[in-house]
Design a protein around this ligand. Structure first.
Ligand code: PMV
Length: 334
């Protein structure tokens, strides 16, 4: 039996939540190099495998919380006031309620995502991470980073990693309350390491990652091999980062992503996030690699590609992919 989010969180908060003043926080978006796919506990978003990502520097979510001046909870997304029962607003308020408990203080939450829509990136990771940091500040809880990471995870699994910059590992953990299933930054730095965002298709995806991974766990025979592969990939990727070995990192990350997609395709009903443009871009990338350029791909639960390369190859990568959005992730390492 799973413990509820509310009960887990209550164990780490003061007895009562005191009224808040105002708070502001930022959290970066992140791209997993070893993917999280599948939950062992759906209530707490506890993963079946550990994962590892790179945070995207200044690309992410800015979130502020203030006392509401209308007497009602209000949620703004990119400066637009949302209907209280919209999907986004109700998710945000449900999350806030885990911390506000019986305190009677309506609040206004404003989230601005500076991830250009042209990048084709989801923002739930940075959004829940920034919200968790803002909540901690607003109610002056003064919680430890690893606890904040575990709480952000309850909003969206990948948000646990967005609490930190740089390379970040999200530990599998063993506890039933999940508090050891939190992220930790790696000490490693890698100047020149680049992630390029390649948006090839538009439109909202029909199946979000929450239901996509559940379907895969329940119906894909191929999924049986995933936890073992992911554990091994995680180990190899950590080693590759330590040695700044782009070939080993790129190969392992690309194979990890495509294996995750293979489990999705093998689900029932089948789950194929790729569009014809995604496949065309993959072929373009493989041709470029065959010509001697070290460039690799990764993909999440959507049709877009993320390219992994070193700044030394930037000119060739840009030449082959003029539409690429290159993210400078050197800054957070400094
Ligand atoms: O955290 P969620 O529920 O948005 O799931 C993220 C799933 C992937 O993006 C496909 C993989 C990952 O580790 O980020």
């Amino acid at each position: 039996m799973s413990i509820s989010k509310k009960d887990v969180i209550a164990n780490y908060l003061p007895k009562r939540t005191e009224a808040g003043l105002k708070a502001e926080a930022f959290a970066p978006s992140n791209i997993a190099l070893c993917k999280y796919w599948g939950k062992r506990d759906v209530e707490l978003n506890l993963p079946i495998n550990g994962s590892l990502s790179i945070s995207l520097g200044e690309l992410g979510s800015h979130t502020s919380i203030n006392e509401s001046d209308t007497g009602e909870d209000q949620v703004y997304l990119n400066d637009e006031l949302l209907e209280p029962d919209s999907k986004f607003a109700s998710k945000v308020i449900r999350f806030i309620e885990l911390f506000r408990r019986d305190l009677d203080q309506p609040i206004t939450v404003r989230t601005v995502n500076n991830i250009p829509t042209a990048a084709g990136l989801a923002s739930s990771a940075s959004g829940f991470a920034a919200l968790t940091l803002a909540v901690n500040d607003f109610y002056r809880f003064g919680l430890k980073k690893e606890h904040l990471s575990a709480f952000a995870r309850m909003g969206s699994g990948s948000a646990s990693r967005s609490i930190y910059q740089g390379f970040v590992e999200w530990h599998l953990g063993v506890r039933t309350d999940g508090m050891d299933s939190c992220a930790e930054p790696l000490a490693a730095q890698w100047p020149g390491f680049r992630i390029g965002l390649l948006k090839v298709a538009t439109g909202e995806k029909k199946i979000d990652s929450r239901s996509g991974m559940q379907r895969t766990v329940e119906s894909a025979p191929l999924y049986n091999s995933w936890p073992k592969q992911a554990a091994n990939d995680l180990r190899v990727i950590k080693e590759a980062i330590k040695n700044r070995d782009l070939e080993l990192l790129g190969q392992t990350a690309e194979q990890n992503a495509l294996s995750m997609h293979a489990t999705m395709i093998g689900s029932w009903p089948p789950l194929l996030y790729w569009q014809p443009e995604s496949v065309a871009a993959m072929h373009r990338l493989w041709e470029l690699r065959a010509s001697g350029v070290q460039v690799y791909l990764t993909m999440d639960a959507g049709p877009n590609l993320k390219l992994i390369f070193h700044s030394e190859s930037e000119a060739q990568v840009r030449d082959a992919f003029p539409e690429l959005m290159d993210v400078d992730i050197v800054a957070p390492f400094g």
